[in-house]
Write a protein of this length. Structure first.
Length: 127
């Protein structure tokens, strides 16, 4: 049985707020709220550290997939300072989800993300 807590759910909600932020100010604020100052994000396509690099990766995803939003699929599974969850990148216009993945996050004592290890489960050809 998962030892999921509100702390894990809250951290994942802030994570999605960052990935779905629109505009530079909203993105900066969301990244700052979700990650520690030296927080990391690593997936097959990126390996970054710090708020500026995190915001740049998120902006690049929105440039590659305009009109798409990230959404949680399933539930958050967490214990101690770690949580895992799955997500999809969904077209707001068509509802298609060409990209999907699973992430594992590590939290600090305040519930902010110190690291993300991302796995891409579905990607479009040529991406």
């Amino acid at each position: 049985m998962p030892a999921n807590t509100d702390r894990h759910v809250t951290a994942v909600a802030r994570y999605f707020e960052a990935w779905n932020a629109t505009g530079p100010e909203e993105l900066t604020n969301a990244v700052t709220a979700a990650w520690t100052e030296d927080g990391t994000y690593t997936d097959p396509l990126a390996d970054v550290r710090g708020h500026a690099q995190l915001a740049a990766v998120i902006s690049a995803a929105h440039e590659q997939f305009p009109g798409f939003t990230f959404r949680l699929t399933g539930s958050v599974d967490g214990h101690h300072d770690t949580a895992r969850f799955s997500w999809e990148l969904v077209s707001e216009a068509e509802g298609a989800a060409p990209v999907a993945g699973s992430d594992v996050i590590t939290l600090d004592a305040e519930g902010r993300i110190t690291s993300v290890l991302g796995f891409l489960d579905r990607v479009p050809a040529g991406a």
